[in-house]
Design a protein around this ligand. Structure first.
Ligand code: FAD
Ligand code: NDP
Length: 501
């Protein structure tokens, strides 16, 4: 049953046209169609400056979460074979223990082209599945670039440059973002995350510019695949995240071969012999790399939408669409996902917001999207997952005396035979003045961080307290049980590394 205002007698071609077939747009289109709306979805990928292009599904599937996580899995698998396998009795046939009786490190080689091709083949199968999924839900898929003509009409341009128009009662803009180019002399010699997963040759010695999610994750998997990697950090690692956890990530990456150049930006890139790139940094130093990866943030993909022609307000600082409950300043135009001002740039957020909006527009729901307490994971070589406030933000909000920190550093069992130089870390922040100590932040740095944090996310949504955590019986032996057994407080001054099973 289609809710009021969406009747087929409105005279337009569609009830809803979704612009952008990424995580959010696809979820909203399918949900709206399921609820009886007549829906079209336009998705068109503008090639990167390197000419890279891809299929249906948006950033996450093609140039984001999926290839990134698969490269990360590949790199950690190699690291595990290299570092741990011998300790579990796995060896190459014929390799003998060395003179000290220690099993030799297994020598591994990781073929860039093989990993890249296998991942790309998998992604192509997903692109196909998404097309089928839209067809099954009766969503009309248009592989065309859309821009507004008026608030009920979009102009479409296909690959061959042919134009057409469609009309709709409502529009949903879910066009995401694209990498911000490096703004320095020769910056166009750098590739971005839109290209790195498609490279047709081994990236070799690589400079990653930027120090947040994308730069550190790419630096991590490249180093894990035994590349010579340097990260150029303008200020701090992972701005906005808990400082103590961010520093632990930096330390781990350094110990595992990633080099960091701090307080620098590239000021000039120039092509030198053998197709390599010489980078001169703001501190006057220089070095030569095979690949320079710019990961200095993303810019909302709104420039060609002609939003000004339909009076959709954008934030002049980031070009993102301003909304109230995902509704823009033009009442029949909505926005979700990375293109929406104030929205965390994460796939599940775009999906959830898209579904919630479709249910409100076509299913009679009144439920707004809840953007509070969203878990996230940084897939660096040592993973980091968190939910809620960082320690710095918790202190800013509750005052130093209003917060208690329960923390512990520990050696995960999976590392206990082979790796004694790295520890995992768990930290819970509580509102010390609330009854039963309300949890305001959970942080975990260690293996399987994303898998561990998801469940705690459910509890946080339901008002988790420290008392409830410690009343919960753990699963032994896991890293996750550390979070329900934390007892060392920071205020006690006791060492977070004390204790253990
Ligand atoms: P997108 O997925 O970006 O989709 C927008 C679509 O609209 C694109 O297909 C685009 O081509 C199309 N489009 C643009 N303009 C037009 C137009 N005018 N007409 C027609 N089509 C148009 N998030 C996580 O949660 N976990 C992760 O591990 C993670 N890893 C990431 C790693 C990388 C390297 C990157 C870059 C991002 C990562 N993200 C991750 C973020 C996540 O990918 C995004 O938050 C998510 O894809 C946003 O979805 P969206 O629907 O808003 O937009
Ligand atoms: P961010 O905007 O998060 O970070 C940009 C980084 O680049 C910062 O370290 C910033 O430094 C630095 N920077 C900005 N401008 C310059 C410059 N001119 N020169 C040198 N350094 C510069 O961008 P990302 O591209 O890393 O990620 C975008 C979003 O994608 C993330 O916010 C996240 O939501 C999403 N994402 C999620 C992932 C996940 O869930 N695992 C993985 C990857 C992306 P400074 O701190 O000094 O400003």
């Amino acid at each position: 049953m289609v809710a009021d205002g969406n009747k087929a007698d409105h005279g337009y071609d569609y009830d809803l046209v979704v612009i952008g077939g990424g995580s959010g747009g696809m979820a909203a289109a399918k949900e709206a169609a399921l609820l009886g709306a007549k829906v079209a979805l336009c998705d068109f990928v503008k090639p990167s400056p390197e000419g890279t292009t891809w299929g249906l599904g948006g950033t996450c599937v093609n140039v984001g979460c999926i290839p990134k996580k698969l490269f990360h899995i590949g790199a950690t698998l190699r690291e595990s074979i290299q570092a741990d396998a011998n300790f579990f009795g796995i060896s190459s046939v014929g390799v003998k223990p060395d003179e000290m009786g220690q099993p030799p490190t297994l020598k591994t080689d990781q073929n860039w082209m093989a990993v890249k091709d296998n991942i790309q083949n998998y992604i192509r199968s997903l692109n196909f599945k998404y097309r089928v999924g839209l067809r099954e839900k009766s969503v009309q898929y248009l592989n065309k670039l859309a821009s507004f003509k008026d608030n009920h009409t979009v102009e479409l341009v296909d690959k061959k440059g042919q134009t057409s128009e469609i009309t709709a009662s409502r529009f949903l803009v879910a066009t995401g973002g694209r990498p911000t180019p490096l703004d320095c002399e020769g910056g166009d010699l750098a590739i971005s995350s839109d290209d790195v997963f498609f490279l047709d040759k081994d990236p070799g010695k690589t400079l990653c510019v930027g120090a947040s999610y994308i730069s550190l994750e790419c630096a991590g998997f490249l180093a894990g695949m035994s590349k010579d990697v340097t990260v150029a950090v303008r200020s701090i690692l992972l701005r906005g995240f808990d400082r103590e956890c961010s520093e632990r990530i930096g330390d781990y990456m350094k110990e595992h071969g990633v080099k960091f150049k701090t307080k620098v930006t590239p000021s000039k890139l120039e092509r030198v012999e053998n197709d390599r790139i010489k980078v001169t940094f703001s501190d006057g130093t220089d070095d030569v790399y095979d690949t320079v990866l710019g990961a200095v943030g993303r810019t909302a993909d709104t420039i060609k939408l002609r939003l000004e022609s339909v009076n959709v307000d954008t934030n002049p600082k980031n070009r993102k669409i301003k909304t109230i409950n995902e509704q823009s300043s033009c009442p029949n135009i909505y926005a979700i996902g990375d293109v929406m001002d104030g929205c965390p740039e994460l796939t599940p957020v775009a999906i959830q917001a898209g579904k919630a909006l479709a249910r409100r527009l076509y299913g009679g729901s009144k439920e707004p999207m809840d953007y509070i307490n969203i878990c996230t994971t940084v897939f660096t070589p040592i993973e980091y997952a968190c939910i809620g406030l960082s320690e710095e933000d918790a202190i800013a909000k509750h005052g130093k005396d209003g917060i208690e920190v329960y923390h512990r550093e520990f050696l995960p069992l999976e590392w206990s035979l082979s790796r004694h130089d790295s520890n995992a870390f768990a930290k819970i922040l509580v509102d010390a003045k609330s009854s039963d100590e309300q949890v305001v932040g959970i942080h975990y740095v260690g293996p399987n961080a994303g898998e561990i944090m998801q469940g705690y996310g459910v509890s946080m949504k339901n008002g988790l307290t420290y008392r409830q955590l410690t009343d919960t019986v753990g699963i032994h032996p896991t890293s996750s049980e550390e979070l329900v057994t934390l007892s060392i407080t920071k205020s006690s001054g006791d060492d977070a590394a004390a204790g253990g099973c």
